[in-house]
Design a protein around this ligand. Structure first.
Ligand SMILES: [Zn+2]
Length: 136
């Protein structure tokens, strides 16, 4: 790690002690020779103090401490098996959905046809008298 970009991307993890040994060494080596990154580290430290101050004002009784006993990693045996879903449930649900959609389409087509018939009848009522007047 040689660039300021790499170093500054790891500054927060450096502050909280979350870097592995190689990254930590790289950050510290870079900070020794780079003034802009030291300035960025100082800014991050100030921000961390501000956040801690704000958090203490909001939650004064909260304390962070490592767990007394190491927390066991979850094992596969502890995982709850998912319930088996049968394809028949999905087939029934899909059939019901298709029936509902089909009924909706049929109703929509029926309404549309009826409204077209009404329009055609209205047009005929309007045009028939005029057709009778023309030959005269
Ligand atoms: Zn730098």
């Amino acid at each position: 790690m040689n660039t300021c970009h790499d170093c500054q991307a790891k500054l927060l993890n450096h502050l909280y002690g979350l870097l592995d040994d190689a990254d930590e060494r790289g950050v510290q080596d870079h900070l020794k020779v780079c003034e802009p990154c030291r300035a960025a580290l100082a800014t991050a430290q100030q921000q961390r103090q501000l956040i801690a101050f704000a958090a203490k004002g909001e939650f004064p009784k909260v304390r962070f401490a490592p767990p007394a006993q190491p927390v066991a990693e979850p094992t596969e045996a502890a995982a709850v098996p998912l319930p088996q879903r049968s394809w028949q449930r999905w087939a029934i649900a899909a059939g019901v959905a298709l029936a509902v959609v089909g009924l909706g389409l049929a109703g929509g087509v029926s309404c549309y046809t009826r409204s077209q018939d009404a329009d055609r009848a209205a047009m005929e009522r309007l045009t028939v008298p005029r057709a009778r007047e023309d030959p005269a």
